[in-house]
Design a protein. Structure first.
Length: 344
C-alpha cells in the first residue's frame, strides 16, 4: 500500500469517528485496558496489535553551546484496522511517524506513512527497535540511538537513562474519562540526550533532557471528548510533573496528573486536582491556540506559568496538532513540552 492509499484509509477514519482523530470510536473487537496491569518487560516495549492505537512518543528540550533553546520530537503511531498482527499485505496495521525540530524562530516538521506487515515500519521488543522507513529508535532502553530526516532538517541523537521507568494513574492504568475510558501508560522521563541537529543554517551540537511516553489503548477517549492539552514539565529542583486535561463538548475538562520525584517515586492525582487555564492565545495555521498557560497542582504547591518558546510550533501533519517546547516560571522554574489537540 503506498502513502496515498494509506492516507485515504486514515482520513475517513479521522473525519467520521468520535473525538480527536477517532480516539473515541467504539473498541468493539479489540482488547481494552483493565485495572491492575502486570507489565512485562522488555515485551511491553514492543507492539500490542490486539489494541487499536499505540504510540512511542519522545520529546526533548535541548540547548546549543551558545545557549539557544531547541525542541525535538520523534513519534511512531500504530493504528489497527483489525485486532491482529497479520502478515504481509494482509496485515491490518497502519503506521505514521512524526518528526520535528523547534527553534525560537522556526518549526520544522515532517511525516512518514507506512503499511505494516511488509517491513516498512514496525517495532520489535528484543532487541528493541522502532522504525519507519529510514527513521529509527533503537537500543536497550538504558541507551537508545535515534535518527530522523526530513526535506529541510534531520537529527542523530544518543539517549541515556538516568532514572527508572514511571507508571501513570494506578500503576500504569490511566483513566481518561468519567465513563472509564483508559489506557496503559508509562514513561521514561529521565533521559539525557546529546547529538546533532541538521538545519538549513548548518549543523548544531546540542545537549539536554528527553521524555519518552509509551501508551496503548483501544478507546482512550469517550465520545464527548474532543482533544487534550498535555504537559510534561521538568523543574529545576529535579521534580517532574505530567498533567493533562481532556476537553469535553459541554465545556468541562477531565484531568489527571503524576508527580515524579528525582528518584522516580510517583504520586497520582485524580480528576480535579490538576488545573490548566489558558492565559494567552496565538493564531497559527488558521487556529487560535493557547500558548501561555497557568498550571496548578495545589497539593504540591505548584502554581506556574507555562509559555511556548515558539508559538508557531504547529504540526501540519495528516492529523494536525500543536507540539513544542515550553518554559516554566513561578513557584517552580523549569522547562518542558506541551501538546494540544482538538483545536479547529
Amino acid at each position: 500500500m503506498n502513502a496515498k492509499v494509506l492516507l485515504l484509509c486514515l482520513l475517513p477514519f479521522e473525519a467520521t469517528a468520535q473525538g480527536f482523530a477517532g480516539l473515541g470510536t467504539s473498541a468493539e473487537g479489540f482488547a481494552v485496558p483493565k485495572p491492575n496491569p502486570a507489565f512485562d518487560f522488555p515485551a511491553d516495549h514492543g507492539a500490542h496489535p490486539e489494541y487499536r492505537i499505540e504510540w512511542w512518543y519522545l520529546t526533548a528540550n535541548l540547548t546549543a553551546g551558545d545557549g539557544t533553546p531547541y525542541g525535538l520530537q520523534w513519534t511512531l503511531f500504530r493504528s489497527a484496522l483489525a485486532p491482529e498482527a497479520g502478515e504481509g499485505w494482509t496485515a491490518p496495521q497502519l503506521w505514521m511517524g512524526h518528526a520535528a525540530v523547534t527553534t525560537p524562530d522556526e518549526h520544522f516538521v515532517t511525516e512518514r506513512l507506512a503499511r505494516g506487515g511488509i517491513g516498512q515500519a514496525g517495532v520489535t521488543a528484543e532487541p528493541f527497535e522502532a522504525w519507519i522507513d529510514d527513521w529509527s529508535l533503537q537500543g536497550d532502553w538504558q541507551t537508545l540511538q535515534m535518527n530522523a530526516t526530513g526535506p529541510d532538517f534531520g537529527y542523530d541523537m544518543t539517549l541515556s537513562a538516568e532514572g527508572p521507568l514511571v507508571f501513570h494513574g494506578d500503576n500504569g492504568f490511566s483513566v481518561k474519562s468519567a465513563q472509564g475510558q483508559a489506557s496503559y501508560y508509562y514513561s521514561q522521563p529521565f533521559f539525557s540526550i546529546t547529538g546533532t541537529l541538521q538545519l538549513p543554517a548548518g549543523d548544531v551540537q546540542v545537549t539536554g533532557n528527553a521524555w519518552l511516553d509509551r501508551e496503548w489503548s483501544s478507546q482512550p477517549l469517550s465520545d464527548d471528548q474532543t482533544g487534550w492539552d498535555w504537559f510534561s514539565l521538568s523543574f529545576d529542583d529535579g521534580n517532574k510533573l505530567m498533567g493533562f486535561r481532556l476537553q469535553q463538548t459541554d465545556g468541562n475538562n477531565y484531568t489527571s496528573a503524576t508527580w515524579i520525584t528525582p528518584d522516580g517515586k510517583t504520586t497520582a492525582f485524580p480528576d480535579g486536582a490538576f488545573q490548566a487555564t489558558p492565559l494567552e492565545t496565538h493564531t497559527t495555521a488558521g487556529r487560535d491556540i493557547p500558548v501561555r498557560w497557568q498550571v496548578q497542582l495545589p497539593d504540591k504547591d505548584i502554581d506556574v506559568t507555562v509559555s511556548a518558546i515558539n508559538p508557531d510550533a504547529f504540526m501540519t501533519t495528516t492529523v494536525p496538532y500543536w507540539e513544542g517546547p515550553v518554559t516554566v516560571t513561578g513557584s517552580h522554574d523549569g522547562i518542558g513540552y506541551l501538546e494540544m489537540t482538538g483545536y479547529e
